[in-house]
Design a binder for this molecule. Sequence first.
Ligand code: ATP
Ligand code: ZN
Length: 295
Amino acid sequence: MISEGRLHLAIQKSGRLSDFSRGLLRDAGLRIQNGKNDLTARVENFPIDLMFVRDDDIPTFVSDGVCEFGIVGRNVLDEFALGEAEPRFEVVAALGFGRCALKIAAPERLAYEGPQSLEGTRIATSYPCILQDFLDRNGVSATVVKMNGAVELAPRLGIATFICDLVSTGATLEANGLRPVETVLESEAVLIRTRKTLPEDKADLSTRLLSRIDGVLATQESKYIMLNAPEEALDEIAAILPGAESPTIIPLVGRPGHFAVHAVCQESVFWETLQKLKGAGASAILVLPIEKMMM
Ligand code: ATP
Ligand code: ZN
């Protein structure tokens, strides 16, 4: 049911990235038809079809141009890219979810003094290309043992001494008597786009889609700040406001020399920031979430 004139976006069918990927698209205003178990779904209010696939297939689909876009973990993407002569996709946005790290872990009691401790050992992983690249960059030669799952069992089974696996909390490692010793890659979900040239109508749609997604990503961090301040404090306050461009300054009725300052802050606003603003002379400080934004 691939249709002409519509974009195609591949997301993970079921797994750690599925709900976040759907959530992002919903926040971008896309209404997804159909249930979770179908292979494809039509977006009702935007000319785009979703394809629900295994995350490992997403880089291939996007590279071949079967799908113009895909959402996938950087770990899966890098592993794929290292096996390609030339990348046929590009990363267009880091999405801030699916965060994890690819780490080398060692048995708890084994001494580890840096990458040279890996020399001549066996390391089990589902990411042989990324691991080999790390070993090469560190001038270490070791045997990479490819496993498709249950990598953390390898040391206990005597298949390898070290493992190189995805870690988020480290609880799985600990449960298997392992400790992380080296970070090979910090990963999060990314949006990728095919490098194939798109016909004009699809290129336009793709710009529209990206501007919506950029808008969602921008609002996730952004806040609208309102505060009151005396004229002499305005410069200092403007300098404190995190990531704000040209705040709006409005005179307060009945309070000469006092102004309301409104600004969109593109970075997180912490309590410490509010404290500093207050210290600089601001009062009645309000921080509001932003629902939608288009730059
Ligand atoms: P599929 O059936 O699609 O092949 P999978 O088993 O390969 O699924 P998941 O376990 O759902 O994949 O993980 C998908 C992605 O989520 C990973 O590739 C990684 O980018 C990210 N991720 C985030 N946290 C973790 C974690 N703690 N362990 C593994 N992956 C994680
Ligand atoms: Zn997978």
